[in-house]
Write a protein that binds this ligand. Structure first.
Ligand code: MLC
Ligand code: AMP
Length: 500
């Protein structure tokens, strides 16, 4: 059997699959060009046999056919973040151990040296889709791994989450039932394509259902509003920071513009928020402007989506609803006993969408599951009046900024390698725009009054842009408890709360 996603595309033949600035592509185009990519990747072999291939391609047509091409050739896709500096890309390459890297022509500079040092071939995405006679496309079992997505853990560097084709199919099927995806749907996509939010909830859900996914290469609030105002987008999904930015742009617009924009959003059948806690004020303002009550849902790279407010029925502000179709969700205490309704507990999840392993980390994989197979999310919640409310992470060292999960310890580790830094504590300051605003308090070895600025430049070279602290303060000493451990709630007090 071939992949269900591909089988289904055969039936959608002349429907529009992808819209990008350069043009419009049908499902037949998608099948033909991804077949070409698969043929070129195989170059005479029968099957890539789960060989990893890194993708460094911006959101667009090339990205979609590259992803499908790798899958159809029997490979495992490792989408990399196009915003990452070479140091972060090098980490992913070292960890995933790919057989090749597919890069967009505009990103070759970023990856060229890294690949050469490791003797890895770099294939240009545009060259891979130059049509040639197709070879026989292999049969790919659904139990096979399909992609590895990198996500921050509590301890240090990011880990690769291995998702099988079956995991992805289960994720898409669950969302299809819950949110009634269908072939009339037309969704706008501007989220990065190295996370489940953009890849599964938006791109693959649209393609599974014969809908249309319209891709903007990056987020721009005015562009999104303008596009919505054409009133043919049926679904819109984003992280809370994006909704906050849309609201701020709307406030700056004149009356006629506001009316046109709002009428576009009003025409959607559903607008969804997730990946981080949605502030109730954002939900209320969005509803006031557009008449749309945002549907908030909760998910994670390791599990896809687990909890969702209902499509029909009451969506309570501040709550994320209940288990999605096919998912089991429970709350437990420290001894792994179920907690009663109204009591806070740790969220555990089980179901066909849940990943099997962290790539190359069997110990971490084992520690992430209970003996009876529940995935331990590390998030806390409470059930009140029959719906889940997320309370936050169990660890103060995992932060969410603009929907990106980051480890405070990873950032501290990098800053501490600077010779002028003696101590460092990274915290997330609550912020209406970013969710957590990343801030660092440091104790300096010397008296350099330019150290904070130097450190930002130092961090920028080594870390993804969203991990670079927005504010760095030099302090005389870090607050500690009686055991000598830095107390992060005390560190937070160094910084001024929410600028919004
Ligand atoms: C960019 N910057 C960020 C940032 N993104 N800083 C903190 N957090 C972020 N997420 C930096 C930029 O590098 C720049 O730094 C400065 O902030 C201003 O950038 P900007 O132009 O305002 O940001 P922008 O490029 O518009 O990006 C913001 C954003 C983007 C919110 C649109 O971050 C985004 O698309 N986030 C979505 C992430 C996502 O898809 N998460 C899903 C994970 S899956 P400087 O120094 O140059 O000024 C998951 C599971 C689930 O969580 O449940 O879905
Ligand atoms: P990631 O590892 O990037 O997939 O991020 C997953 C994490 O995002 C979860 O473990 C939660 O901490 C957070 N998250 C996702 N959706 C929500 C939500 N609706 N409310 C609060 N936190 C969320």
């Amino acid at each position: 059997m071939t992949l269900h996603l591909v089988d289904r595309a055969e039936a959608y033949s002349n429907r529009t699959a992808i819209v990008v600035e350069e043009g419009t592509y049908t499902y037949s185009d998608l099948l033909r060009v991804s077949g070409t990519v698969a043929t070129r990747l195989l170059s005479g072999r029968d099957n890539l046999n789960a060989g990893r291939i890194c993708i460094l391609v911006p959101p667009g047509w090339d990205y979609v056919v590259t992803l499908w091409g790798i899958w159809r050739a029997g490979g495992v896709a490792v989408p990399m973040a196009i915003s990452h500096p070479p140091a972060e890309l090098a980490y992913v390459i070292e960890d995933a151990k790919p057989e090749a890297i597919i890069a967009h022509p505009t990103l070759l500079d970023r990856i060229g040296d890294l690949a050469e040092e490791r003797g890895l071939p770099v294939l240009e995405s545009s060259a891979l889709s130059q049509e040639i006679p197709l070879c026989e496309i292999p049969i790919v079992q659904e139990e096979r791994p399909s992609m590895i997505l990198y996500t921050s853990g509590t301890t240090g560097r990011p880990k690769g989450v291995v998702l099988t084709h079956k995991n992805i199919r289960s994720q898409v099927e669950s969302l299809t039932v819950a949110w009634e995806w269908n072939h009339e749907d037309h969704i706008l996509l501007h989220l990065p394509l190295h996370h489940v939010h953009g890849i599964v909830n938006i791109l693959l859900s649209a393609l599974w259902n014969g809908g249309t996914c319209e891709i903007l290469s990056q987020f721009n609030a005015v562009e999104v509003w303008e596009r919505l105002s054409r009133r043919d987008i049926t679904l819109y999904m984003a992280v809370p920071t994006v909704y906050h930015r849309l609201i701020e742009a709307w406030k700056r617009a004149d009356h006629a513009t506001r009316t046109a924009w709002a009428s576009g959003a009003r025409a959607c059948r559903l607008t969804v928020s997730g990946s981080a806690a949605l502030p109730v004020t954002t939900l209320e303002l969005w509803e006031e402007m557009t008449g749309q009550r945002l549907l908030e849902r909760y998910g994670m790279t390791e599990i896809g989506m687990a909890l969702s407010n209902p499509l029909d029925g009451k969506r309570r502000p501040g709550y994320v609803g209940n288990a999605l179709p096919g998912m089991e969700v429970r709350l437990v205490d420290d001894a792994n006993h179920l907690v009663a309704e109204g009591e806070p507990g740790l969220i555990e999840v089980r179901g066909p969408t849940v990943f099997n392993e962290y790539w190359g980390h069997p110990k971490e994989t084992e520690a992430a599951f209970t003996t009876d197979g529940w995935f331990i999310t590390g998030d806390q919640a409470v059930v009140e009046m029959g719906a889940y409310r997320i309370l936050g992470r169990s660890s103060v060292d995992i932060l969410k900024t603009g929907g990106e999960k980051i480890s405070a310890l990873e950032i501290e580790g990098v800053i501490l390698t600077h010779p002028e830094v003696r101590e460092c504590a990274v915290v997330g300051l609550p912020d209406l725009d970013w969710g957590d605003r990343v801030c660092a308090a440091i104790v300096s070895e010397g008296e350099d009054h330019l150290l904070a600025e130097k450190l930002r430049a130092f961090a920028k070279k080594r870390l993804a842009p969203y991990k670079v602290p927005k504010e760095i303060l030099v302090v005389p000493e870090l607050p500690r408890n009686t055991m000598g451990k830095v107390t992060k709630p005390e560190v937070l007090k160094f910084f001024k709360p929410d600028k919004a």
